[in-house]
Design a protein around this ligand. Structure first.
Ligand code: HMG
Ligand code: MG
Length: 298
């Protein structure tokens, strides 16, 4: 039986997941303008940047400057990625109110991405989450490689369940399940989400699809039918993890919003403004617009 939610919250990850994989350093003012433009579209959550090691991801070295300069619109949340206590401290220095910690369902990917085993990463998050709780900072958790790993291959749903359950038990209010390399297909996506939802309430789950093989919208629809109500996406389909070989862009926010609105699902987003922002960003990055809806619109 279908239990498609009447409303969906989009978590716009373009400024972080979208830009982190760009080879040329995007000027800080462009990042700031991108977030300010996104804030005017009706989005409620915009992942702004990440306080990771600049040696690992030079593109995010300006996290402090970006976060400080963006106009924080009331009612909009601006989470940032934090890999460890050092990142948490940098984020708090500029008043961040929501963070996201990130690990994976595959040992091989996690080692490449954050230089830790899954168990070590969870240990690393423990003091971060404790500090966040004390500071009343909300914590989201990511699980990567939920439908396959570029290094290890198959990832059993039981491994995803274990990591998602651990993050939820540690205090993450929401767990985002990431198909990092866009390898999944709808039946697999549905089976993975159903398995996780046995252990973590659906209301605390989000889906995060990269569109490497053109499967993202189909996977999203399959997951919507199971009742998931939060979708991560990136304006103009920018994105990819620098430590996931072969990863390409996130599913485009414009395409997701177009599909949701077409199904009568509310998002609170002004699609025309989002399309305009995607076009503006594509011009700034001098790259083809990765949104089909953005290209088709008159
Ligand atoms: P490490 O090298 O093991 O850590 O990296 P370390 O503690 O030895 O630190 C190395 C150097 O970095 C030191 O500097 C630290 O001070 C510095 P040095 O002493 O050599 O001068 N450092 C930092 N500087 C600033 N902020 C920090 C920080 N931490 C250390 N927070 C570490 C471990 C986790 C730091 C590193 O691996 C890292 O930063 N990784 C991040 C990789 C990343 O950002 N990947 C992309 C995001 S995840 C993703 O895209 C997937 C997702 O979208 C979902 C999906 O699609 O699946 C979320
Ligand atoms: Mg991602």
């Amino acid at each position: 039986m279908s239990s498609i939610p009447p409303k969906v919250r989009i978590v716009e990850v373009g400024p972080r997941d979208g830009l982190q994989n760009e080879k040329a350093i995007v000027p800080t003012p462009v990042k700031i303008e991108l977030i300010d433009r996104l804030s005017a579209t009706g989005l409620q959550t915009i992942e702004a940047t990440s306080f990771v090691s600049p040696k690992w991801v030079p593109q995010m070295a300006d996290a402090t400057d970006v976060y400080t300069a963006i106009q924080k619109k009331p009612g909009v949340r601006y989470p940032v990625l934090v890999p460890n206590l050092q990142g948490y401290e940098r984020a708090r220095e500029v008043g961040v109110e929501e963070i996201a910690v990130f690990t994976a369902a595959s040992e091989a990917f996690n080692r490449k991405n954050i230089n830790a085993s899954i168990a070590e990463s969870l240990e690393r998050f423990t003091p971060v989450i404790e500090r966040a709780k004390a500071d009343r900072v909300a914590v989201r958790g990511y699980v990567s490689t939920v439908l396959g790993c570029p290094y290890q291959g198959e990832v059993p749903p039981a491994d995803v369940v274990r990591v998602a359950r651990a993050l939820h038990a540690m205090g993450c209010y929401e767990i985002s399940l990431g198909d990092t390399i866009g390898i999944g297909t709808p039946a697999k996506a549905r089976a993975m989400l159903a398995a996780v939802a046995v252990e973590v309430p659906m209301s605390a789950l989000a889906i995060h699809f990269h569109d490497t093989r053109g499967q993202a919208l189909a996977n999203i629809l399959a997951c919507l039918e199971l009742g998931v109500g939060v979708i991560d996406s990136a304006v103009s389909g920018v994105g990819g993890c620098p430590y996931a070989r072969g990863a390409s862009g996130n599913v485009s926010s414009e395409d997701v919003v177009y599909m949701l609105h077409g199904m009568g699902i509310e998002t609170g987003i002004d699609l025309d403004r989002l399309i305009e922002t995607g076009r503006w960003l594509s011009a700034q990055l001098t790259r083809d617009n990765g949104s089909k809806v953005g290209k088709a619109a008159a």
